[in-house]
Write a protein that binds this ligand. Sequence first.
Ligand SMILES: C[S@@+](CC[C@H](N)C(=O)[O-])C[C@H]1O[C@@H](n2cnc3c(N)ncnc32)[C@H](O)[C@@H]1O
Length: 292
Amino acid sequence: MAASRSSVSIEDWTMSGDDFTEANRANWDERVAPHLIAYGTDNFTADPAALSDVVRTDYELMAPYLPHESVEGLRLVHLQCHIGTDTLSWARLGADVTGIDFSSKAISAARKLADNAGLDATFIEATVDDAADYANSRFDVVYTGIGAITWLADLEKWATTVFRLLKPGGLFFIRDGHPMLYSVDDERTDGQLVLTSPYFSGHGPLRFDEGTTYADDAVQLNNVTTYEWPHSLSEIIQPLLSVGLELLSFQEHAVIPWKALPSMVPTHHGFELPGGAERLPLTFSLAARRPL
Ligand SMILES: C[S@@+](CC[C@H](N)C(=O)[O-])C[C@H]1O[C@@H](n2cnc3c(N)ncnc32)[C@H](O)[C@@H]1O
């Protein structure tokens, strides 16, 4: 989610939730082909030890809450799995994986990637809202990787999906962009942190007409318009508590996998703000358990 954004325009208020979903789906369908290249899927297939950087980081954060600090033999479902590189990284770490995404093109690509890599995995085409109706709801782990939550309008439905997919005692883990970062103007090149976008969800989706993708600046998409929803930290956490999950861990991090602001500097584990990582949280991670 880019932070410099225009609010939804008046004519868009005549749009329904389905219209927003279809606009977003068309955009995500179109990103699949360039992302297969940008995500290095050929290398992922060729090297049986390859893991995505996102999963390497998330595994470390999640491990303290896993039985034996391992996903070996656990049934893991990945919500908003995209082209499957993260899902299949969990498979390489020993999990029995299911990936779910609303983009048919992403799901086809993920199935092909699994075949090419010789990995067992199930990929299901469904929205997050519908996911629990399509997947057997007895997962040990429900996982959501970075860059996912702003695509969801209703986090109460999301939390219900997570709860229904988990077996009693099962673990939910998410790491995503920090809502405070998403409020900051992402076009300023002077390093100043200026709030220009809403922090709370308030007035519905924000409309973007970008036509580019974070994975490759050179790509120009035809389906340029997307809709994303700001969600504050409390708007993310409270629905998970309200459905009955128990919070195990909540952390804020000063590093992010992509260059979210022009002034960010690359480090060996992602991008950070110059002049003091303590200035702003860039991502958050959360672990919660469905009670026995
Ligand atoms: C930024 S990607 C997830 C990124 C993932 N961490 C990765 O890099 O592979 C967001 C994904 O959410 C999916 N998505 C967006 N809205 C969705 C919805 N309502 N239900 C299911 N999937 C959705 C998109 O198709 C896309 O694959």
